[in-house]
Design a protein around this ligand. Structure first.
Ligand code: HEC
Length: 134
């Protein structure tokens, strides 16, 4: 029976919402952290502030990229995202400030939860393939 081998139309290869490493409380806490420390550069909904984050600004620096899943934050496992937040971009010629001594570990993770909550399930699944919460 050929029909039996076909995927039902509702079948989806991506995990169900809710199967994420963080919970609603962390997203809530993260929104406070993010709005206070990150939103001036990355946008209140982590959408970024420029039309094209790949285009250098007039001063030669790259703009802060969106973190809402439309740029490439999902290429980095959580440990690398944490590292960027801790060390900032100065060491590799960028200008994101370092938050290592500014935020608690809990606040940093909450900030990640906040912007990851804008990722759809497909982006989240791709991120898991790239290392995810490792
Ligand atoms: C002064 C502006 C500024 C602030 C404030 C800021 N960032 Fe950034 N961020 C940047 C820039 C610019 C980059 C690109 C790398 C660089 O140039 O340093 C970046 C890169 C990143 C990346 C890597 C994204 C990727 O696609 O690889 C992450 C994650 C990130 N920021 C998270 C945060 C979080 C979380 C906060 C708040 C705790 C924050 N940033 C605050 C400017 C900022």
């Amino acid at each position: 029976m050929v029909a039996a081998c076909e995927e039902p139309p509702s079948a989806s290869p991506v995990p169900q919402a809710g199967a994420r490493w963080y919970d609603a409380e962390q997203v809530q806490q993260g929104s406070t952290v993010f709005l206070q420390h990150c939103a001036t550069c990355h946008g209140e909904q982590a959408q970024g502030l420029v039309a094209d984050w790949r285009q250098k600004l007039d001063d030669g620096f790259f703009p802060p990229p969106p973190l809402n899943g439309t740029a490439h934050a999902w290429h980095h496992p959580r440990s690398v995202l944490l590292q960027v937040i801790n060390e900032g971009g100065l060491e590799f010629g960028g200008r994101m400030p370092a938050f290592g001594a500014v935020l608690t570990e809990t606040d940093k993770l909450a900030a990640i939860a906040y912007f990851q909550n804008f990722w759809d399930d497909e982006i989240y699944a791709n991120w898991q393939q790239m290392g995810g919460s490792n």
